[in-house]
Design a protein around this ligand. Structure first.
Ligand code: HEM
Length: 515
């Protein structure tokens, strides 16, 4: 009896030990072994990079470099060299290892590519086996679901086919009225602030611009139910903040499933968002047709071969995706553009003169914005120096070849937009300076290698909301120019920071005066 007990104790201990060893082995494979296999495949082709620090990858090195190099004021706002301040580690690595090098981030192996021909091949690659990195899909997907922004393969291709036509130029024309309304809401609120302050006010513009783009997306998506849309917008903003706070992922498998405080908060927000969207859909089914994005998504989904359950999920996920893709990017693009116009009074004057001439005191419509060439040049230049989306990233889901480099299955590829947008080889010696004149003859006139300009990405995953975003920016900036003059506030501290988008770390304060 005693003997049997000893045996079963031994068996128990053996089982526990085998279990622990198995877990450790899985952890080792997830954290170390797989990236090491990819590394050696790339190393054999002559591609090198900084050695990874065990488990944390280059994270510690990156943190050290950031702490050492990024002062709050990283460069003059008009001589933009923030690529180096945002990513102080890339410059020395690029100098040492060339235009194609590898590094690791936690358990992820990243191939960093700024070599021009290879960038072109990578960004225009149409293979469904080359998509959004799985780590991003997992991290973002757990919060945003499986919509067009966060999915891959045939599922993504199918969703894109349904949604893309709803954001074509013709459809965006139908949204101009609601963009004008949202613009006037912002103008009215600035007028009240200025009046209360006696003619000139120091306004922190970030939140106002977020409300503007959130308002546009809410109305574009949810039509007359847009107040529900605004509820969703606030919850998604909170959700996004909770993702941003996590910063660079340590790559520890399973972290996002742990019931930590931030994960629990995120799950609750996610449940709320889903419930609100489905409620609007239900009301819509009862009350009838509306001509908004939600309706188009609804019809697209109904006319597809999705099952009824998948239709609900499709609608919820894509509403959340469009919200996230559309509001923060546009708001931050408008923020940087106004900051640059405030820092360059001569350009502010030139753009204003054009607006006054083209619009003659009216809120611009589609025809008027098409005519405003200087305004387009200013927006293009602003998106060049401050592209909201900093990195185009992909993962090879099978072994692939770009240029003469074999990319092993599982490797992530990063193209760093800021480096391309400020490369003197394409843009000339003044590539870090704000000079909208370079766009006088379009992108091909501005850059010797035009495909380096990609604020909206390029290729099969190019931004679906590009037309809408540009119309929003043009209407908003032109109406602000025709109503106010503005300068950088003495409290403005220039410090671009990389969160989900490149945004001003301390916000943008402008001294705004009614014209
Ligand atoms: C200035 C504003 C914007 C900028 C700079 C921007 C930038 C981008 C970029 C760079 C991508 C491609 C990412 C990649 O290749 O991995 C993208 C994708 C996307 N954008 Fe935008 N975007 C903006 C506004 C919008 C708006 C207003 C909407 C929708 C209303 C939108 C919807 C999307 C969607 C759905 C995708 C995913 C496309 C796909 O994966 O097939 N974006 N955006």
């Amino acid at each position: 009896m005693e003997y049997q007990l000893i045996l079963s104790q031994k068996a128990l201990i053996t089982i526990v030990l085998v279990g622990i060893l198995g877990l450790l082995f899985r952890l080792y494979r997830a954290l170390v072994a797989n990236p090491e296999k990819l590394r050696s495949a790339l190393r054999k082709q002559g591609i090198s990079g900084p050695p990874p620090t065990l488990l944390l990858g280059n994270l510690l090195e990156i943190k050290k470099a950031r702490a050492a190099k990024a002062p709050p004021l990283c460069c003059a706002p008009t001589q933009h060299n923030c690529a180096n301040a945002l990513f102080p580690f890339f410059e020395p690595w690029q100098k040492k290892y060339g235009d194609v090098f590898m590094f690791s981030l936690g358990n992820k192996l990243i191939l960093h590519v700024t070599q021009h021909d290879m960038v072109r091949e990578i960004t225009t690659c149409t293979s469904l086996d080359f998509g959004k990195p799985s780590y991003q899909v997992k991290e973002m997907g757990s919060l945003l679901g499986n919509g067009v922004l966060t999915s891959n393969g045939t599922h993504w291709a199918h969703q894109r086919k349904i949604i893309a036509p709803e954001l074509y130029q013709e459809k965006v024309k139908g949204m101009i009225k609601l963009i004008q309304e949202s613009t006037m809401t912002l103008i009215d609120s600035w007028n009240s602030i200025i009046e209360a302050k006696g003619g000139i006010a120091d306004i922190k513009i970030d939140q106002h611009l977020r409300s503007f783009s959130g308002d546009v997306i809410s109305k574009a998506c949810f039509g007359s139910n847009y107040s529900r849309g605004e509820e969703i917008f606030f919850k998604l903003r909170a959700l996004q903040e909770s993702v941003s706070k996590k910063g660079l992922s340590l790559g520890i498998p399973g972290m996002r499933y742990l019931p930590t405080k931030s994960n629990r908060e995120a799950w609750a927000l996610e449940r709320d968002v889903k419930a609100i969207i489905l409620k609007v859909v239900k009301e819509r089914n009862e009350s009838g047709y509306e001509k908004d994005l939600l309706q188009m998504i609804l019809e697209g989904a109904k006319n597809s071969d999705l099952s009824p359950d998948s239709i609900d999920q499709f609608i919820v996920d894509n509403c959340r995706n469009i919200y996230l893709a559309g509001y923060e990017t546009t708001a931050v693009a408008a923020t940087w553009c106004l900051m640059l116009l405030a820092a360059n009074p001569e350009w502010q004057e030139r753009a204003r003169a054009e607006v006054l001439d083209s619009c003659e005191g009216q809120v611009p419509d589609g025809d008027m914005i098409r005519k405003m060439k200087l305004l387009s040049m200013v927006i293009n230049e602003s998106l060049r120096l401050y592209p909201p989306v900093a990195i185009i990233s992909r993962e090879a889901f099978k072994d692939m070849k770009f240029g003469d480099i074999y990319i092993p299955k599982g490797a992530n590829v990063w193209t760093f937009v800021l480096t391309l947008h400020t490369d003197p080889e394409g843009w000339g010696a003044d590539s870090y300076q704000f000079n909208p004149d370079r766009f006088a003859n379009g992108v091909t006139g501005a850059c010797k290698i035009p495909y380096l300009y990609m604020p909206f990405g390029v290729g099969p995953r190019v931004c679906l909301g590009q037309n809408l975003a540009l119309v929003e920016l043009k209407i908003l900036i032109s109406v602000i120019l025709s109503n106010f003059s503005f300068a950088l506030s003495p409290t403005y501290l220039h410090s671009p920071a990389l969160r989900l988008v490149i945004e001003p770390e301390h916000g943008v304060n402008l001294n705004v005066k009614k014209l």
